[in-house]
Design a protein around this ligand. Sequence first.
Ligand code: F6R
Length: 256
Amino acid sequence: MDVVVCPDPDAFAATAADVVVRALAARGAPTLGLATGSSPLPLYRELGRRVAGGVLDLAAVRAFALDEYVGLPAGHPQSYREVIRRDAAEPLGLDPALVRVPDGSAPTLEQLTARAAAFDAAIVAAGGIDIQVLGIGSDGHIGFNEPMSSLSSRTRVARLAPRTRQDNARFFRSVEEVPRLCVTQGIGTILEARHLLLLAQGPGKAEAVASALEGPLTASVPASALQLHAEVTVVLDEAAAGGLRRRELYAGPITL
Ligand code: F6R
């Protein structure tokens, strides 16, 4: 695992963007896994700046989002379909026809489950994800795989933990408005991406980051599953790195 602790927001954004650009560069049909929420915003802004500046072209990139709420009406500003369009697809200049978000709109559990399985199969059919961007929940979740999710889970309908609903209430008028269910790529699905990029900022993530990186591999901390993956980059600010006890071991990528 390459763990990079960044001294300032510009370094955070540039480091994360460089990792994405490198992972997509050598690919014939590049595929990017998108996260929503606050953590990837500096990355998307930096990639968007490079696209606007003409030094990067992502128009041919295929993208898959990590997750979606169940039951929000079409066009709801907090549905991840909308968030991905606004925060990622538009600034990055992605082709909307190549961007796919899990479908949380089907009326029955059977249909939601079938569409989740079809989403999972579409990732495989696209040749897999070259680089998956991830945030981490304060409870250690990745995607919306809450604690005790199977480490080999696939894209499916899942429950949001009370703590996640509380954390995400800031995007809604009240916690009651935060959906109780979601569709999320599974941990097994996420682990199939060729490269994982975990982004975390702020003291609220320090405990989860430390448990994921330095604690045991356990379903109690879904992000600890990253320990199973051979190509992981973790980009942190100082506050999110605040709980790490083995800082001397995180020297960043090996260079000669
Ligand atoms: C979002 C997602 C979640 C978030 C996590 C952190 O698509 O899958 O795992 O990455 O909840 O959210 P923020 O970045 O808002 O703190």
